[in-house]
Design a protein around this ligand. Structure first.
Ligand SMILES: [Zn+2]
Ligand SMILES: [Zn+2]
Length: 347
């Protein structure tokens, strides 16, 4: 397996972001990201105008963020060729994205901020919407805005990364609950706009420049083949990235607390190895292993939404046999750092 690190969910001038698509991709390349997924609101202009390509070592893919007619139920649609009308229900666009061969992730499912009138919350309401691929379990901008108060405004603007601590508990609970019935993949999003905001009445500040956000919530994917190489086409790389996201062979990490590259969570049964996203249908003891990249952290093993083990170490070794969904959370000095996707045991 090859590991690649990327950022998902950002807006350019093609919708309400302040950056040029090309410039955003070049910035991601400077930061060292392998891929980014641009998701402008209800438009695929960047795709149709040829921006989906490599920018040195960064591949920019283009999806879009759909919403319904009351601007709720934001849905990150990827791997589709044409955008969909906003005059339909979430259920309809979830279905249509899938029919078009695409994948889709519910954006900021439990957004509930109330600090800025001009930026109301856009939560997901329609939980019966059917076959969505997954959830954005951690959205940098949502969390940042939820924590914003009149008192901490200044600090919040100056330290946009420090004020992001953990995915919403509600979202994690919902994620585990949904996984009891079927695979629902978790991804991370930054929701970068680089909005220019007037903070103190006279001072215009760019909140969340793309460069800063590229150092926060990242989605690491594991692929079966290399996405970069002389004979690898953009279409092939794109397929590999979307396959990993759809399958759940990925994890979410806040790189502000430490580079998570090299994190591993896998299962062993006899000579067989199972990755995140896999289903293990073996009877007997399964060895679940965790490896952290050069750091000690608090490793929590979660089974069907309950913490069943918690250790401070740079690796974890757990023997399990019960069926259900297993995932791992890692904390570094009390800060949420890594969230794996589930490995399922169905025996
Ligand atoms: Zn949104
Ligand atoms: Zn957005």
């Amino acid at each position: 397996m090859y590991e690649y690190v990327g950022a998902i969910h950002m807006h350019s001038k093609f919708s309400d972001g302040s950056g040029d698509a090309k410039k955003i991709a070049e910035t991601a390349n400077e930061v060292g990201l392998d891929y980014i997924i641009l998701t402008d609101h209800n438009t695929l202009r960047a795709l149709h105008e040829g921006y989906e390509k490599w920018y040195d070592n960064t591949l920019m893919l283009v999806g879009c963020e759909l919403n319904d007619k009351v601007n709720k139920n934001h849905y990150l649609a990827m791997n589709i060729e044409d955008t969909l009308s906003t005059r339909q229900s979430a259920k309809e666009y979830v279905k249509k994205v899938k029919e078009a061969g695409g994948i889709g992730f519910i954006a900021h499912p439990h957004e509930e901020r109330n600090s800025m009138k001009e930026h109301p919350p856009y939560p997901w309401i329609d939980w019966d919407a059917g076959d969505f691929t997954g959830l954005e379990i951690w959205n940098h901008m949502s969390e940042w805005m939820e924590g914003l108060t009149e008192q901490n405004k200044y600090n919040h603007f100056v330290h946009p990364l420090r004020s992001v601590e953990a995915p919403p508990e509600k979202t994690l609970v919902k994620w585990d609950e949904l996984n009891r019935n079927r695979k629902v993949v978790g991804i991370g999003g930054i929701d970068a706009h680089a909005h220019k905001v007037n903070v103190l009445g006279f001072l215009e500040v760019e909140i969340f420049p793309y460069k800063v956000l590229f150092k926060s919530v990242r989605t690491h994917i594991l692929t079966t083949n290399k996405i970069r190489g002389k004979n690898v086409t953009v279409q092939e790389s794109k397929k590999l990235i979307y396959e990993s996201l759809e399958y759940g062979r990925c994890f979410v990490a806040n790189s502000y607390h430490g580079n998570a590259k090299g994190f591993k969570f896998f299962g062993i049964f006899g000579k067989k190895i199972f990755q995140m996203g896999d289903v293990i249908r073996e009877k007997g003891n399964i060895n679940l292993k965790v490896t952290l990249p050069n750091k000690n952290g608090q490793i929590k093993l979660i089974h069907n939404g309950e913490i069943i083990s918690s250790i401070e170490s740079n690796e974890g070794d757990f023997i399990v046999s019960k069926s259900g969904q297993y995932r791992v959370e890692v904390y570094l000095n009390g800060y949420a750092w890594i969230f794996s996707n589930h490995i399922r045991i169905e025996n």
